[in-house]
Design a protein around this ligand. Sequence first.
Ligand SMILES: Cc1cc2nc3c(=O)[nH]c(=O)nc-3n(C[C@H](O)[C@H](O)[C@H](O)COP(=O)(O)O)c2cc1C
Length: 150
Amino acid sequence: MKTLVVYDSVYGNTEKIAKSIGEAIGEDVKVLSTGAVSSSDLESVDLLIAGSPTYGGRPTPGMQNFLNNIVAGSSLKGVSVAAFDTRSTANWVKIFGFASGRIAGNLKAKGGTLILTPEGFFVTDTKGPLKEGELERAASWAKEIVSNKK
Ligand SMILES: Cc1cc2nc3c(=O)[nH]c(=O)nc-3n(C[C@H](O)[C@H](O)[C@H](O)COP(=O)(O)O)c2cc1C
């Protein structure tokens, strides 16, 4: 199963989550930032996982750019997809919504099959750190994706 994990990260927390997901998947997996990914990386991928920090309830411009310029020009028919974000633990942010649902919507619009509910991982402040246990939770989320794929 060829897997691509694409992430954007400003302060490094989403990158850590993406790498934990990549490690949990283990085999035949590439973890690339939105700045490093190109259309050819999507070729013959079986599973695409995309994640971004939540900014104003949305994916960052870097993730949006990936969705608009690379995903939008590809077909994800036959590809399993999943999406995650990082987000604040503050209660008031809920009114804006979160990035992962929007990312999942974009991936599904291109024909991808959503394999697991979009997930959010918490940072304790804007620059982090991640809430305790989130790297492990990300690894479990990834393992659930793999077992759904079988
Ligand atoms: C401009 C800005 C807007 C943000 N908006 C939200 C938001 O709407 N909801 C939320 O939960 N967190 C919000 N945050 C917190 C970010 O989600 C947090 O900085 C991010 O998860 C850190 O990820 P990174 O270390 O990968 O950059 C915002 C942060 C910044 C800087």
